[in-house]
Design a protein around this ligand. Structure first.
Ligand code: NAP
Length: 263
């Protein structure tokens, strides 16, 4: 077990939800936390909490959808904060849109924020981490990447792309001292908006559950975790007969969403 205490951890999307919970939890555990996102006011609140236990923590306002600005942002982080020991790729947008209502520009926008942006930021840091001989990249994926829920094709594909990219990256980085860690959260409650009809009757877990699991994952060096863990078994069951699983998903979608699936 390698404690996070004293480590410099950059968390993207630290202004709310899971990212804010990870920042607060890691700062409490003694990590020096850097948070970034677009909403400066919310970032300031998270930073104030982090500084109560970790005074050198920092925040930057940045739009990570501006892909051409990412190398400059990485350079700013390095100058202000140092090369991170840990990068948590968490910033992202969750989206459930029935296929017959989905526009291509939404697909493209999701891919930019959820996949291209974390890949580009990671590529800015990884070569320097390899030269140093240490570093951890932790990716907040989603069970959507593993079980392809109805209405989440565009969203889940961004997370599946993230998974494939970083699983291959982990192999490329073997023996360098730089390690990859993927986390697959299920339904997590991050705001007061009631769950959509697809998730009706399901209770989300608090973001703090993901934060604790992520800290333990970083400390243990575990490659992948599910929150809650029961999704690991669901993914294994699906792999035995993907066609049957997809068939069941379709029946479930019609039952839960009905006319919402129409154009
Ligand atoms: N909630 C769930 O059930 C669930 C389940 C599985 C996985 N996830 C994943 O968990 C991650 C965090 O989501 P969340 O549920 O905690 O939702 P959230 O509260 O909306 O958090 C999303 C974070 O990403 C940031 N972000 C979004 N677009 C950005 C951009 N263009 N530039 C910079 N930052 C940006 C947001 O900050 P600003 O708006 O201030 O920029 C915010 O801090 C996402 O990757 C999501 O896919 C969520």
């Amino acid at each position: 077990m390698a404690s996070v205490e004293g480590k410099r951890v950059l968390i993207t999307g630290g202004s709310s939800g899971i990212g804010a919970a990870i920042a607060r939890d890691l700062a409490q555990a003694g990590a020096v936390v850097g948070v970034c996102a677009r909403r400066t006011g919310l970032l300031d609140d998270v930073l104030a909490d982090c500084r109560a236990t970790s005074p050198d923590s920092r925040a930057w306002t940045v739009d990570l959808a501006d892909l051409d600005g990412i190398e400059a942002f990485a350079a700013t982080v390095e100058a202000d904060f140092g090369l991170p020991d840990v990068l948590v790729n968490n910033a992202g947008v969750v989206a459930s849109v029935p296929l017959l209502k989905l526009r291509f520009d939404e697909v493209e926008s999701l891919m930019r924020v959820n996949y291209l942006s974390p890949v580009r930021l990671s590529l800015a840091f990884i070569p320097k981490m390899v030269a140093r001989g240490s570093g951890q990249i932790l990716n907040v994926s989603s069970v959507s990447a593993r079980v392809s829920p109805p209405t989440q094709g565009a969203y889940g594909a961004t997370k599946a792309a993230m998974t494939n990219f970083f699983e291959s990256a982990a192999a490329d980085l073997h023996g360098t001292g730089v390690t990859i860690h993927n986390v697959y959260p299920g339904l997590i409650t991050v705001n007061d908006i009631p769950p959509d009809n697809l998730h009706e009757g399901m209770t989300g877990l608090p973001a703090s559950d993901v934060a604790v699991a992520v800290r333990e994952q970083l400390e243990a060096g575990t490659f992948e975790i599910y929150v809650p863990d029961e999704f690991r078994a669901m993914y294994a069951r699906r792999a035995k007969d993907v066609g049957a699983f997809v068939e069941y998903s379709g029946v479930y979608a019609v039952r839960q969403l009905g006319d919402e699936l129409s154009p």
